[in-house]
Design a protein around this ligand. Structure first.
Ligand SMILES: [Zn+2]
Length: 321
């Protein structure tokens, strides 16, 4: 192992933090996970540093010997300053927390900060998209719903880092109340949390997997819930696809655990609307819908890819200078 050419990618979730070490060939050479201390900015930085230390120990280097560390974190990220705010699941409010500089000071290594879904979108481009894809949207359907946009191979964050935050677009004004206060947000009618509420699975099985199994077995209630959720997600996929005409839309998050039945249902749902056949043909939307690879830690891998990119840019600059 060539020490000095390893980067770390860390995905900070509301309950768990996952970290991977990636070598110069983009191979994962270390993988650790631990619980997140989600009691505000300082606690998050401290538990992230512990995970980084565990990862460094696993691959036999000091934390400061990573070339650069990529940090994927939920909330509104300012990638230039390395700050995050509005990460409710981490106890971070509207006041920006300088997670990047703080972790960098603790570990003695440069830190790149990226929104977690944006990081996962980079990993989806590398792992789930057909070869040659440059423009991609990653739709994360987990507890909440958000999308990450990659254009020409780079994350498109938007003016305020909010590009792709479609979870709180109202899709059913008579729908259930959302945690944001509105009624019928996409997140309130089609997220993992909604599926769990409408189809509580027994025995620790994932609600979405149980829902799709029951629907496949002919349970009428399950079919109704499944079709409603898929209908909403299909409209979201169409909205994203028609807005940016990307090559590829990758669906990931907890819902992707359903696997092929989910992919087939989504592809069928984006085919069947009453559009003119010519329009359907031009867009060829079903062929553009893909699923994230099952079990891959997309957030951590994407954070490592963002870090690797930063390392390459600094190396280029150093050569030019
Ligand atoms: Zn909402």
């Amino acid at each position: 192992m060539t020490v000095g050419h390893l980067v770390a990618g860390i995905d900070v979730g509301g309950t768990k933090t996952r970290a991977v070490a990636m070598d110069a060939e983009a191979l994962i050479v270390g993988d650790v996970r631990s619980s997140t201390d989600a009691a505000g900015g300082e606690a998050v930085v401290a538990s992230t540093f512990r995970v980084l230390t565990d990862l460094a120990e696993l691959v036999g280097i000091a934390p400061g010997a990573f070339e650069v560390v990529g940090l994927g974190i939920p909330g509104v990220v300012n990638a230039e300053l390395g700050t995050v705010r509005h990460a409710v699941n981490l106890g971070v409010d509207g006041h920006p927390v300088a997670v990047g500089p703080l972790l960098s000071a603790a570990a003695g290594v440069p830190v790149v900060v990226e929104n977690d879904v944006n990081a996962a979108a980079l990993a989806a481009l590398a792992l789930a998209a057909p070869a040659g894809t440059e423009d991609l949207i990653y739709l994360n359907v987990g507890t909440g719903i958000a999308a990450g946009v990659v254009l020409r191979g780079r994350v498109w964050r938007g003016r305020r880092g909010l590009a792709g935050e479609i979870g709180h677009v109202v899709v059913d004004s008579n729908g259930p109340r959302c945690r944001c206060g509105q009624r019928g947000c996409l997140e309130a009618v089609a997220s993992g949390a909604t599926i769990t509420r409408r189809w509580p699975a027994a025995g620790g099985r994932r609600a979405a997997v149980a829902l799709f199994a029951a629907a496949a077995a002919g349970d009428r209630d399950a079919i109704a819930v499944r079709d409603e959720v898929i209908g909403h997600l299909a409209r979201a996929v169409e909205l994203l696809a028609f807005t940016l005409d990307v090559d590829c839309i990758v669906v990931g998050g907890g819902l992707a655990d359903v696997g092929r039945p989910l992919l087939l249902a989504l592809r069928a749902a984006v085919t069947r609307t009453g559009r003119e056949a010519s329009l359907v043909e031009v867009f060829d939307l079903p062929a553009r819908v893909h699923l994230a690879p099952a079990g891959a830690p997309l957030g951590a891998i994407g954070a490592a890819l963002a870090a690797r990119r930063r390392a390459l840019l600094s190396a280029e600059r150093a050569e030019v200078g």
